[in-house]
Design a protein around this ligand. Structure first.
Ligand SMILES: O=C(O)CCC(=O)C(=O)O
Ligand SMILES: [Fe+2]
Length: 266
C-alpha cells in the first residue's frame, strides 16, 4: 500500500519511483522471457530504424503467462489502482529493449495523446508502471521527465506527423512543439529517472517524458504496463489498432493469488 506522501508526490509530480519491488530471481526470469520474445519474429515487434534491432514488443502479457501474472501482481496493480482511485484494465503492455550503442531516442511526448488520437481513449486517467529489467543508468537511456507536466493539456501544441503504428519512427508521430517544451521545462525543470533492476517507475498518462539513446555497452530493458481507469475505456473508432497494441478487452484486472514465478515453463 502506498503512503499518503507517495500518493501526494504522484499527484503533484506526475511520477513515483518505487525501488527494489521485484527480487533478483524474479527479474532474472522476466528478463529471460523478455529476451525470448524479443528474439522471436512476430507482428508484436517493432524494429529500430536499422530494421535489425528490436525497439519494442507489444502485448507481452498475451504472449507469456509470466507477463500476464505480472499485470496482476499486487506490487504493480495495487499502486496503479490507488493512484488512479479506480478499478483498472490493461490498455497495453510493452517491452522496450534499448540495445547497446544503437537503441534509439524516444522523443518528448505525452502517452495519452497517442492513445487519445490513435485509439479513442477519452481522458488521461491512465498510467504506466515501468518495471526495470536491467539496471537503468544515466548512460543507457534513462527516462527523462518534466515534473508536474501531467496537468498540461497539450492538444493544440501537439501535431501529428505520420500515420501507422508499425513505423520505427512512431515515437515521433505526435510531436509537441519546441516552444511549448521550452516554456514547460523553464517552468518545471527536468529529472532523469534511473535505478536498479527490479525497481518500478510509475508515471501519469499525460506527463511529458522521453529517453535518450543507449550509448553504453549494456542492455537497458524496461517493461511497461499501461493501466487505464475502467471508466476511461476506449471509444469505438474506425480502423482500430491491433488488440495487442490497444486492448478493447475492458475486464477489470484483479490481483493474482499465485506467486509471480509459478508455472513459468512453456
Ligand atoms: O522505452 C523508453 O525509454 C520510453 C518509451 C516510451 O516512452 C513509450 O513507449 O511510450
Ligand atoms: Fe511514452
Amino acid at each position: 500500500m502506498l503512503t499518503d506522501a507517495q500518493i501526494k508526490e504522484f499527484d503533484e509530480q506526475g511520477y513515483l519511483y518505487l525501488p527494489d519491488l521485484f527480487t533478483e530471481e524474479e527479474v532474472t526470469e522476466l528478463f529471460s522471457r523478455a529476451t525470448a520474445l524479443k528474439e522471436s519474429d512476430s507482428p508484436h515487434r517493432v524494429m529500430e530504424r536499422d530494421g535489425e534491432l528490436v525497439r519494442a514488443v507489444y502485448g507481452v502479457h498475451l504472449l507469456h503467462p509470466v507477463f500476464e501474472r505480472l499485470t496482476r501482481d499486487a506490487r504493480a496493480l495495487e499502486p496503479a489502482r490507488e493512484l488512479l482511485r479506480s478499478d483498472v484494465y490493461i490498455h497495453q503492455t510493452q517491452l522496450n529493449p534499448k540495445a547497446p550503442f544503437k537503441g534509439d531516442v524516444w522523443e518528448w511526448h505525452q502517452d495519452f495523446l497517442y492513445w487519445h488520437r490513435d485509439d479513442g481513449m477519452p481522458g488521461p486517467q491512465v498510467l504506466s508502471v515501468a518495471v526495470f529489467l536491467d539496471d537503468v543508468t544515466e548512460f543507457n537511456g534513462p527516462i527523462f521527465i518534466i515534473p508536474g507536466s501531467h496537468t498540461d493539456q497539450l492538444h493544440s501544441e501537439t501535431s501529428t506527423y505520420a500515420e501507422g503504428w508499425e513505423s520505427a519512427a512512431m515515437g515521433f508521430r505526435h510531436r509537441v512543439d519546441n516552444e511549448t517544451l521550452t516554456s514547460i521545462m523553464n517552468r518545471n525543470g527536468l529529472v532523469s529517472k534511473h535505478g536498479r533492476k527490479g525497481s518500478v517507475l510509475i508515471f501519469a498518462g499525460q506527463v511529458l517524458h522521453c529517453s535518450p539513446p543507449n550509448l553504453s555497452a549494456g542492455d537497458r530493458t524496461i517493461l511497461f504496463i499501461r493501466y487505464n481507469a475502467i471508466d476511461n475505456a476506449l471509444e469505438p473508432i474506425e480502423n482500430p489498432r491491433p488488440e495487442w497494441v490497444a486492448s478493447r478487452d475492458f475486464q477489470v484486472v484483479t490481483a493474482s493469488d499465485q506467486p509471480l514465478l509459478s508455472e513459468t515453463a512453456g
